[in-house]
Every structure is written in C-alpha cells, then in structure tokens.
Design a protein around this ligand. Structure first.
Ligand SMILES: [Zn+2]
Length: 268
C-alpha cells in the first residue's frame, strides 16, 4: 500500500496531475481523455449490441430517459460555454439509452457522455425528477473526470504505469475489464469498484446543480436516496455497491441543496 501511494505521489509530481475545471481539485490524470473517449465509444457500442435497448419511439420509459438526458446536457453545455469552460465538455457526443432489464437497479455514464439507465432503476426513482437526480449524479462523475482518476490509479497499480494504448494492444481483455469495473459497469457485483467518498461527494454536489439547471427540483434527492437505501431487499442493488449510501451522504446532500436551489427556477 505504501509503495503504491509513493508511486502515485511521484506520478502526480512528474506529469500526471491536472486541475479539474468543474471541481477545482487537482487530480491524477495519466490517461488521455481522448483515449478514454475512444475506448468508451467502442465499449458502449459493444454493450448496446449485447443488451436489450428500448426505443424512445415505443417506450415511454426510454422517452423519459432521453428527455431528462437532453435537458441536463443542454443546461450544462450552456452553463460551461457561458463560463468560458467549454473544454469541460470537449469531445462530448451525448447518447442516452435505456436497457430493458428490470432486475438491474443501475445507471452509468462513460466518458464522452455515453449514458445507460436500466429499467430496474425506475421503480426506485418513481418520478422524472428523481431520475434526473441519478442521471445528474452519473453525468457529474463523468464531467468531473472521476473515471480518468480511477483509471490512472489502476494503470499505475495494475499495469505498472503502462500507457492506455499500449495496455490495450498488449493486454486487451485485462484493460477492457479494468475500464468496465472503473466505470461501475458489469453484471458481476464483485467486478465493480465503489467510487471514493470524495468522488461521491463531488458527484452529489454537482449532480444536484446539474439537475437543478435542467429544471428538476434538487430537494427530491433526499426521498430518492432514502428509497434507494431500502431498495433490493436482502441483496443491495448494483447502484448501491458503487455508490454506497449512509447517513453521511444524506447529511451532505442536505447541505448541498441550498446551493443547488440557486440554479433551480422550475421546469423550463
Ligand atoms: Zn456516484
């Protein structure tokens, strides 16, 4: 563990730390974002082919996911353009897909804005506002480059600091597995890594702001997370294994709501 920390520290000193434009935090960033986006396109398309994707034309659930996603994407694109932070969303090519799998309580966002929501999440969200809270949270992980941070750590710890394109050429399966577990995607619970406490706090804070900007009431986060922590009965849902919920989360969410409400002007 100590060696890993020393290696990460050195990596950070040498070249790998970048100031995050969304959170203002310095974070490890050894992997090129453009490489991650390329990998995401390929993994996303493979994933969609292997799963049952609902069409917004025939499914009201898929239409809702599309609508919420487009509203959040439009709101944050406008916001970051006006703040002259256009590069936050550089290379983003949003896609929102709904997977017909009622057993999976999960949602995620790959680099470049490739979003998936499983129908199993919808009985827990119960309404469009809560869905926006979850999608805002996942999109916040993505634009705050949390995946890059985790992938960078994993490349140092598990691939000896190898560059992503080299790892993909030499150890394609291992690298793909690492990518999927980094983004909390998979059918096996054990294969998914929970986000760190700091990443979760940032995703909650900015996710609430993003959903508020899109016209969704951030106060819905509290009843939603209360429902989520009770979901799944004896076996916790996929979403909870990557986004653990406890009293600390609820307390912090309550603290973030007044800030998010400044961006909320009701449905636009
Ligand atoms: Zn999260």
């Amino acid at each position: 563990m100590k060696n890993i920390l020393v290696t990460l520290f050195c990596a950070c000193l040498l070249a790998g730390c970048a100031l995050n434009l969304v959170t203002g935090r310095k974070q490890l960033s050894l992997v090129k974002e453009s490489d991650l986006r390329l990998m995401a396109v390929s993994e996303y398309n493979t994933f969609l082919k292997a799963n049952n994707v609902l069409s917004p034309g025939t499914s009201s659930d898929a239409a809702m996911v599309d609508r919420v996603g487009a509203r959040i994407a439009n709101a944050i694109t406008k916001y970051y353009s006006s703040k002259e932070k256009k590069s936050v969303l550089e290379g983003y090519n949003w896609e929102f897909n709904t997977i017909d799998d009622k057993k999976v309580i999960n949602a995620w966002c790959m680099p470049g804005g490739k979003v998936v929501v499983y129908t199993g999440l919808l009985p827990v969200t119960q309404n469009e506002t809560a869905l926006a809270i979850v999608m805002g949270h996942e999109i916040a992980h993505s634009v705050a480059k949390h995946g890059n941070e985790r992938m960078s750590q994993a490349m140092v710890q598990q691939m000896g600091g190898m560059a992503l394109e080299v790892a993909l050429a030499q150890k394609p399966q291992e690298t793909q597995d690492l990518f999927m577990s980094t983004y909390g995607i998979g059918s096996q619970l054990g294969a998914m890594l929970p986000w760190s406490r700091q990443q979760e706090t940032e995703a909650d804070q900015y996710g609430l702001i993003f959903s508020a900007m899109a016209g969704y009431d951030p106060r819905e986060a509290i009843p939603f997370w209360e429902r989520m922590s009770k979901a799944g009965g004896g076996s916790p849902p996929e979403f909870l294994s990557t986004h653990p919920s406890d009293e600390t989360r609820l307390r912090k969410l309550k603290q973030f709501i007044p800030e998010a409400l400044k961006y909320y002007t009701g449905r636009k």
